[in-house]
Ligand binder design. Structure first.
Ligand code: NAD
Length: 295
């Protein structure tokens, strides 16, 4: 991957400043990571409290870096100042690249991406952090689909090394190379994948969740499965806990997308534990209750 990132660097456009649209869990994390690695960003949202939350989160992460001796206290303010919060689009007009990270709703994303494209420079690269929506379909709303591709980070952004760069039907090599180079600059490991339901990671992960749901349907105890997969098998966490971290609502939605995309392999044939959790409003760590109880 390092070799590929180097090769991509040759046709990549310069990225000296970025923009992140949406200051939620993901947008806040992406803005922090970019600033931390020396690429200043404008963080745009429609809600002031969201911007404040994003900035506070970045400040907390930076303080930890200082506590652990990984950053000089004097450098912290500089990094924090390189995340510029904004409620309007004007501030993003000089950015070289933008990562859209607003809610996972195709209609909203379509509107936001078109607005961002209209504001940015003609040659700026536009990306989306969508987990489940087709990049080729999102590109249909754009004037310059060649400048657009997927840039899929994982939660929590500052800890997860992988970033999927998704090539839509019209994404240019330049757009892909620039996004790969930006991810590498952010200290991440980029992989380029084709546009399909689940991209790469969720095509591996969701059959695992599917197997977990089948075990529960057959009478297994989720706590026992989690204990075996984490403590005994040695993975960092079991499937129930992982679903609580990802978000039961997010996981539930992704299952629908996978079932639609791969009906013979991933089709929904029974009411799963995930359906039961979702219907009961147990969304995982985000609202304090999922498979496990957090509050
Ligand atoms: P979130 O709900 O935490 O944040 C979304 C943010 O978008 C909110 O701050 C909201 O105010 C803002 N927003 C809504 N409409 C907007 C608009 N028109 N302009 C600007 N900002 C707007 O969501 P999240 O979990 O950060 O997810 C964001 C995206 O990242 C989604 O596409 C999601 O699928 C994807 N994603 C999420 C995860 C995850 O684990 N949470 C992982 C990978 C990818």
């Amino acid at each position: 991957v390092k070799g590929k990132a180097k090769k991509a660097g040759k046709i990549a456009k310069k990225v000296e400043s970025g923009a992140v649209i949406g200051a939620g869990i993901m947008g806040g994390g992406i803005a922090y990571q970019s600033a931390r690695k020396g690429v200043p960003v404008v963080m745009k949202d429609i809600a002031q409290p969201a911007l404040e939350l994003g900035l506070n989160e970045a400040a907390k992460l930076l303080s930890k870096q200082v506590e652990r001796g990984r950053m000089k206290p004097s450098a912290m303010a500089g990094v924090l100042n390189s995340i510029v919060p904004s409620l309007d689009y004007e501030a993003i007009k000089h950015a070289d690249i933008a990562v859209e990270a607003v809610v996972e709703n195709e209609k909203v994303k379509g509107i936001v991406l078109a607005e961002v494209e209209q504001t940015m420079k003609e040659d700026a690269i536009l990306t989306s952090n969508t987990s489940t929506i087709s990049i080729t379909r999102l590109a249909e709303k754009l004037q310059r689909p060649e400048n657009f591709c997927g840039m899929h980070f994982f939660n929590p952004v500052h800890r997860m090394p992988l970033v999927e760069i998704i090539r839509g039907e019209k994404s240019s090599d330049e757009a892909i190379a620039t996004t790969v180079a930006y991810a590498a600059k952010m200290g991440k490991t980029p992989i380029v994948v084709n546009d399909c339901p689940g991209f790469f990671v969720n095509r591996v992960l969701f059959p695992y969740f599917f197997g977990f749901n089948m075990l529960l349907r057959d009478g297994a105890d989720f706590q026992q499965v989690d204990k075996i997969m984490s403590k005994q098998f040695g993975w960092p966490m079991g499937p129930a806990y992982l679903l609580d971290v990802v978000g039961i609502d997010t996981g539930h939605h992704a299952v629908e997308v996978m079932a639609e995309g791969f009906p013979t392999r991933m089709g929904k044939t029974f009411r799963s534990a995930l359906d039961v959790m979702f219907d009961a409003g147990r969304y995982g760590q985000k609202n304090g209750k999922g498979f496990f109880q957090y509050a």
